[in-house]
Design a protein around this ligand. Structure first.
Ligand code: COA
Ligand code: AMP
Length: 632
């Protein structure tokens, strides 16, 4: 069997042959005759003349190949106390009917469909149903507020929206329908139809003429078949945070995603068809798209859809119960989930109650994995703990260790080495290669491999400008870091205003827009401060208008509530403080990085361009008053 190095090199020296060979591993209605259309960089098209269907590859293919009785989805919901298993055969039936609901409501290939649903099987069914007929889905995470949903409705102009009456957070029912109605009423674009699944925990009120009851519609729908789609037909749009309040609609094509994701299951995660694979994330994030729904199903695995948390549902043994009950081979989650478990059960008492010997490895991603968490997980689980580096834009890992090959030595703090197809370099501001160990901007040589984003919805110029303009010939990841003498990549921090809160990517710029809109706020800045549980949390600094006659405490409470209402609880914006002024360079640029260093208690240098150094003492005092730097 070839080793990692050999496979990696063949993916770089003859990438077209490499990917065209791998493309033979999926089902095509029309196989591609060549690998890449590079006539219009950076808009590359992989497998340009191929025709395929993601739903067929995820579902029908397995039924046709005799896996119909195998469980495709295990739904495990400690929050509702329920569980269910859906076979590939049952999945095919339900997906075809839900696709039929769309056809009945006039949805055709290329139309957009928003899915605003919690972690229940119907969310995955709706995604697959869209893929079946070529409707382009856009899943919106349930922790976003109505305003964020409205922004997405206006950007991708869906013909139809799938929603559920509610999501369930520990101790709280999140009613989705009022949020959906409010989003539609503020949006300019109006969907024709909303298909609403009534859950027993909350009954949504329906709007005559627009809203359709999911269960009734599914029971009367005629099954719809898979459409033969062009390889570059968009499979989905997934919005992610950029530096402004306008999220970026990452577009993933159909064929690239199937070929690359299917390959990763055996080669990165080391699973065989039939194995149980669990990504403890949410369908609203890219990890959920790739590794709760598509990749495990493409590979004929059983995927676990878990409606719960690592702790509190009901205790820090929740993950161990799921692993042992369902014979999970691979668990993929964010380091923050393990920090939460470690915080509540550092000695691993709950782990002792379960037999987790079925687990082969733990994969972590979504944020930098601190060595403490890595070592704790290694020691408690006694399996390889693999940090791998990811972005919504790439759809699968850029760097990883590989269970499908001989495992490379683990270096804590590094997501190991570049995945096949990815040529990762650290570049200095002049675009030159950094020396080994020297920190620079992490960039990937263009063209990116299949499965990576092909555009930004409605924003091709932003696609070009935001990602491909700084370093000619490269995709700019927005992460900084270094590569050591063994080729191990270390991802250190973002180079932009994006922060990572509990493995969720959020824009401080978007939060600043909300704070700045408060009538008493003259100026503001939001920074991501280190947090022992969530990795980072946002902290707002406010300069008030001189005529403000409310107390500072009142204003802070108001802006915290505004961020919750306008961006959503997932922003975890809970700290704000009033300051007299913000530190700036002489040209007026706010010194966010210096404030962040002060908040983290890390070393910082007085910026040479600061207009008034005394301000930094004031900032340090204000941050201390709200508990920063955090004591661990
Ligand atoms: N719908 C509605 N609200 C949601 C939500 C959803 N789907 N998901 C989270 N929220 C809410 C939470 O209830 C919480 O609200 P609160 O302020 O009223 O308490 C808020 O958003 C922040 O949520 P979260 O960041 O998840 O924090 P938490 O304290 O509820 O849980 C962890 C902390 C570590 C347990 C949790 O963040 C976790 O499991 N993280 C894993 C991250 C992950 O899967 N990342 C994906 C990349 S792999
Ligand atoms: P998202 O697009 O939400 O998946 O977030 C992607 C960002 O999360 C990356 O650009 C990184 O900043 C961060 N990230 C993801 N995985 C890792 C990792 N293994 N190590 C360090 N940072 C990571």
């Amino acid at each position: 069997m070839p080793g990692y190095q050999e496979v990696y090199e063949s993916s770089i020296t003859d990438s077209r042959k490499f990917w065209l060979d791998l493309a033979q591993d999926i089902h095509w209605y029309q196989a591609p005759s060549h690998a890449l259309d590079d006539s219009n960089p950076p808009f590359y098209r992989w497998f340009p003349d191929g025709k395929t269907n993601a739903c067929f590859n995820a579902v029908d293919l397995h039924v046709n190949n005799g896996r119909g009785d195998q469980t495709a989805i295990i739904y495990d919901s400690p929050i509702t106390g329920s569980a269910a298993k859906i076979s590939f055969q049952e999945l095919q039936t339900r997906v075809s009917l839900v696709a039929g609901i769309m056809v009945d409501n006039g949805v055709v290939a290329g139309d957009r469909v928003i899915i605003y649903m919690p972690m229940i099987p119907e969310a995955a069914i709706a995604m697959l149903a869209c893929a079946r007929i070529g409707a382009i889905h856009s899943v919106v995470f349930g922790g976003f507020a109505a305003n964020e949903l409205a922004v997405r409705i206006d950007d991708c102009t869906p013909k139809l929206i799938f929603a559920a009456s509610c999501g369930l957070e520990p101790g709280r029912t999140v009613e989705y329908k009022p949020l959906l109605d409010s989003a539609i009423s503020t949006a300019t674009h109006q969907p024709d139809t909303c298909v609403v699944l009534q859950r027993p925990q909350a009954t949504a009120s329906m709007i005559e003429g627009r809203d359709v009851d999911w269960t009734t519609a599914e029971s009367s729908a005629s099954p719809a078949d898979c459409a033969e789609l062009a390889a570059d037909h968009p499979l989905y749009i997934l919005y992610t945070s950029g530096t402004t309040g306008q999220p970026k609609g990452v577009v993933r094509d159909t064929a690239g995603g199937i070929v690359s994701l299917k390959w990763t299951m055996k080669n990165i995660y080391g699973v065989e068809p039939g194995d149980v694979y669990w990504a403890a994330s949410d369908v609203g994030w890219v990890v959920g798209h790739s590794y709760i729904v598509y990749a495990p199903l493409f590979h004929g695995n059983t995927t676990v859809l878990y409606e719960g948390k690592p702790v509190g549902t009901p205790d820090p043994g929740a993950f161990w119960r799921v692993i042992s009950e369902h014979n999970v081979r691979i668990l993929f989650t964010a380091p923050t989930a393990f920090r939460a478990i470690k915080k509540e059960d550092s000695s691993g008492e709950y782990l002792k109650k379960y037999d987790v010997s079925c687990l082969k490895a733990l994969f972590l991603a979504g944020e930098r994995c601190d060595p403490d968490t890595l070592h704790w997980a290694e020691q408690k689980l006694a399996v390889p703990v693999i940090d791998h580096w990811w972005q919504t834009e790439t759809g699968s890992s850029i760097c990883s260790n590989y269970l499908g090959f001989d495992l490379l030595p683990i270096k804590p703090g590094s997501p190991t080495v570049a995945a096949p197809g990815y040529q990762v370099d650290a570049l200095n501001p002049r675009g030159e290669l950094c020396a080994a160990g020297e920190i620079g901007a992490l960039a990937i040589k263009s063209p990116l491999p299949p499965g990576t984003f092909t555009n930004l919805w409605n924003a091709p110029e932003r696609y070009q400008q935001a990602y491909f303009s700084t370093f000619p010939g490269y995709y700019e990841t927005g992460d900084s870091g270094y590569i050591d003498e063994d080729g191990y990549v270390f991802v250190m921090a973002r180079t932009d205003d994006v922060i990572n809160v509990a493995g969720h990517r959020l824009s401080t710029g978007a939060m600043e827009e909300v704070l700045a809109a408060h009538p008493d706020v003259a100026e503001c800045a939001v920074i991501g401060a280190d947090d022992s549980l969530k990795g980072q949390v946002p902290v707002g600094m406010l300069v008030l208008n001189s005529e403000c006659n409310k107390s500072e405490d009142e204003i802070c409470k108001e802006v915290i509530q505004r961020v919750r209402n306008e961006i959503g609880p997932v922003a975890a914006f809970k700290s704000a403080v009033v300051v007299k002024r913000l530190p700036k360079t002489r040209s007026g640029k706010i010194l966010r990085a210096t404030m962040r260093a002060i908040a983290d208690g890390s070393d910082w240098k007085m910026p040479a361009t600061i207009d008034d150094p005394a301000i930094l003492d004031e900032i340090a005092g204000s941050l201390r008053s709200i508990g920063y730097p955090q004591r661990t």
